[in-house]
Design a protein. Structure first.
Length: 280
């Protein structure tokens, strides 16, 4: 009929407040599934593997992963995806990361005061060592890495500590892909195994221009009274290797003090009473 307004013959029905929500996954749940596909054994994932672990079609994974890369929640390394810096930034707000950095900071200041070396705090991040705190002074030189940097385990002192005292399966995974950073980088799996055995025996790790030129490091583990490895505390220098006889005892006292503060049962640790005057 002329002038008659046509309406939808199948108008939208009012939503039933008692109806069961659709089982169709939302974009948010798909993005979370993609991020959750990464773990310590799968820090890098190609697109097809990422889609399989997330339980999503490859096309959907490709689209959402691209958006996550744009938002820096993921990053691309060659043809593989890794967790991005934005997730790391948010992760710092989690109590476990926030607590260890806050607890360690004053003891790191003591190490800086005594050694005059740049002091770094690392925690495991997949098959990398994540720098979560750094203390430096005007006489300590220019830092090599920024907070948030992820160091290769086989080429850094903190990384070697993690291979020696952390996840037992990590060494075999890392040994499959030993990237060369300098002429001094260990790229032979057997040589790395011998190095890690030595680290475990002496209780600390050292590097000499293995991650970069004019880059020397020492690190010790932070181990709770329960035996749980939680991180590595270390120093780096530029001109020459740090003095092991002076630095290692200071790092060990600081690491034990951090561990004692992190662990609920303080009676499990001796009272080190870490203060700068102790080392003079």
């Amino acid at each position: 009929m002329h002038g008659e307004i046509m309406v939808n013959p199948r108008p939208r029905q009012a939503r039933d407040p008692h109806a069961t929500p659709s089982a169709q996954p939302s974009v948010t749940s798909k993005a979370i599934a993609i991020l959750a596909a990464f773990d310590s054994e799968h820090p890098r994932l190609a697109l097809t593997e990422l889609a399989k672990r997330a339980g999503l079609p490859v096309a959907t994974t490709h689209r959402i992963a691209g958006e996550l890369v744009h938002a820096e929640a993921l990053a691309k390394v060659g043809r593989e995806f890794v967790i991005g810096r934005e997730i790391w930034r948010l992760g710092l707000l989690a109590p476990v990361r926030q607590n260890i950095a806050e607890v360690a900071a004053p003891y790191m200041q003591d190490v800086l005061f005594v050694t005059q070396n740049i002091v770094n705090l690392f925690v495991p991040d997949g098959d990398r060592a994540l720098l979560v705190e750094r203390i430096s002074g005007t006489r300590a030189g220019t830092p090599f890495r920024q907070v948030g940097a992820r160091m290769p385990l086989h080429a850094s002192a903190a990384g070697k500590v993690m291979l020696a005292f952390g996840d037992p399966e990590m060494l075999s995974r890392v040994s499959r892909r030993l990237e060369r950073h300098t002429a001094n980088t260990i790229t032979d799996a057997d040589a790395l195994a011998r190095e890690i055995a030595a680290v475990k025996s002496r209780g600390y790790a050292a590097t000499a221009e293995e991650a970069g030129p004019a880059n020397y490091g020492l690190a010790v583990p932070i181990i709770l009274a329960s035996g749980t490895f939680v991180g590595a505390l270390g120093v780096v220098t530029q001109d020459r290797p740090p003095a092991r006889g002076t630095v290692i005892p200071v790092l060990r006292i600081a690491a034990r003090s951090v561990a004692r503060r992190l662990y609920s049962d303080s009676s499990s640790f001796p009272e080190d009473g870490l203060v700068a005057s102790e080392f003079h």
